[in-house]
Design a protein around this ligand. Structure first.
Ligand SMILES: Cc1cc2nc3c(=O)[nH]c(=O)nc-3n(C[C@H](O)[C@H](O)[C@H](O)COP(=O)(O)OP(=O)(O)OC[C@H]3O[C@@H](n4cnc5c(N)ncnc54)[C@H](O)[C@@H]3O)c2cc1C
Length: 393
């Protein structure tokens, strides 16, 4: 039986990028996903690259590396990621606290510009002027999320990487060291295993009595077929409630609840965003819920009505647009920084998940992680180790 240097669990954007970078530095790698085209966060993402959203030395550095990497990634991988840059328009609603938002946006680099309602509607003529008070605008990167993962997969396989469709049921260990993974039909041997299972990462590690500060929200959105009008901008509310929702998760207060089904950590939120892809189709929404059961039932009809009402108020042309409601899980960490590195509970076991600015940070961090595993010391990677939370306790 082949023993891989690395087994990567999950082929969303995290696993796709990391498997490629590990193969690129010379490791033999197996990449596993439970399904072909699963309903993952990567499948339903907007694919925005918020390279302006760094607020610390480390995050500004990662944002710069992220945008530099995206600008040349299609050439390197040999397949287009559909990367382009576009205006991101962030409406301020009449009941938002504009001075507080202005203070928040002053921390970013480059800083989004505050524009009045009329200028915002000139930039995006489909906006309802009655719905907004003002807006912030900034240049935003953009990729097609699934095509970016597929581009990584293509280049990974060209480097000799192996892919298989099989749900990982168990991570095997012997005497405290990882030996491989078990799927319903096969056992694969590996010296190192990295969990890139997004919102399912926590559940995958739980049977090993490993608790990681990796949580998940249930995200709900509507995807439309191509429409016959064109949005000039990407639209996301200035007051992004998803980040405030994630910030309500305090590790010590809620930790035990996350391993039991049936809890709702905080009330749901709705962010009325809209993104149009190159072929004209749109993704609308999103509602985020902190339900501790990854398979919790959700009232799809009520959720769809709520998203549609908010979007139609903002962009009347989208009232009644045909579309399909979807849901998925989105992973996040306890401090808005990713969880990247070894899990000290088992030798050879690693986590690469919990990103709050994933499309900006994953390309540089996947590359840095792979190089660090090949022997290049990297203090930034070390600072993101999941064990940082244990050190705080
Ligand atoms: C509507 C929406 C809009 C978004 N917009 C943006 C945006 O503009 N910019 C941005 O940066 N981010 C955005 N995000 C967030 C971003 O899409 C996600 O954080 C990111 O795609 C997560 O990637 P991932 O690889 O961690 O997880 P996922 O994409 O969920 O992938 C995890 C994979 O693991 C697999 N898996 C799970 N368990 C197992 C198992 N036991 N065995 C094998 N495989 C397994 C799953 O099948 C899945 O394919 C958005 C998300 C949503 C929902």
């Amino acid at each position: 039986m082949t023993t891989y240097d690395w087994i990567v669990i999950g082929n969303g954007i995290t696993g796709a990028a990391l498997s490629y970078e590990l193969a690129h530095v010379g490791f033999s790698v197996l990449l596993l996903d439970q399904r072909d085209r699963p309903p993952s966060a990567t499948r339903f993402s907007y694919g925005g690259v918020a390279f302006w959203a760094g607020t610390t030395d480390a995050t500004q550095r990662l944002c710069q590396e992220g945008i530099d990497r995206h600008r040349q990634l299609s050439d390197e991988l040999g397949v287009s990621t559909e990367f382009h840059e576009r205006d991101l328009l962030m409406p301020v609603f009449p009941d938002d606290d504009l001075p507080a938002l202005t203070h928040v946006y002053q921390r970013f680099h480059p800083q989004p510009t505050l524009i009045d309602r009329q200028t915002a509607c000139e930039l995006e003529p489909l906006l309802n002027p009655e719905a907004i008070a003002a807006a912030f605008v900034v240049k935003h990167g953009h990729v097609h999320p699934e095509k970016t993962a597929q581009a990584y997969n293509y280049a990974f396989q060209r480097l000799g990487g192996q892919m298989a469709i099989a749900p990982v049921q168990e991570i095997q260990t012997h005497q405290g060291k990882v030996t491989g993974v078990v799927t319903p039909t096969e056992t694969y041997a590996g010296n190192q295993v990295v969990v890139c299972a997004g919102g399912m990462s926590r559940a995958l590690l739980h049977p090993m009595q490993i608790s990681v500060p990796c949580y998940f929200s249930h995200a709900e959105l509507i995807e439309t077929p191509p429409v016959d009008f064109t949005l000039r901008t990407v639209i996301m509310p200035a007051n992004t409630r998803r980040f405030a929702l994630e910030a309500t998760v305090e590790q010590n207060q809620h930790e035990n609840l996350w391993d039991e089904a049936g809890h709702e950590i905080a009330p749901p939120i709705l962010d009325a965003g809209v993104f149009q892809f190159a072929d004209g189709h749109l993704r609308l929404g999103q509602i985020s819920r902190l339900l501790t059961d990854p398979h919790a039932p959700v009232d799809a009809a009520a959720s769809e009505r709520q998203i549609r009402a908010a979007i139609a108020h903002l962009i009347p042309a989208l009232d009644g647009v045909p579309g399909q409601w979807h849901r998925c899980l989105v992973a996040f960490s306890g401090d808005r920084m990713p969880l990247v590195g070894a899990l000290p509970e088992r030798m050879g076991l690693h986590l690469f998940s919990g990103f709050s600015n994933p499309f900006a940070f994953i390309p540089p961090l996947a590359q840095r992680f792979a190089k660090s595993q090949a022997g290049e010391a990297d203090p930034l990677i070390e600072s993101l180790a999941p064990s940082r939370f244990k050190e705080q306790d």
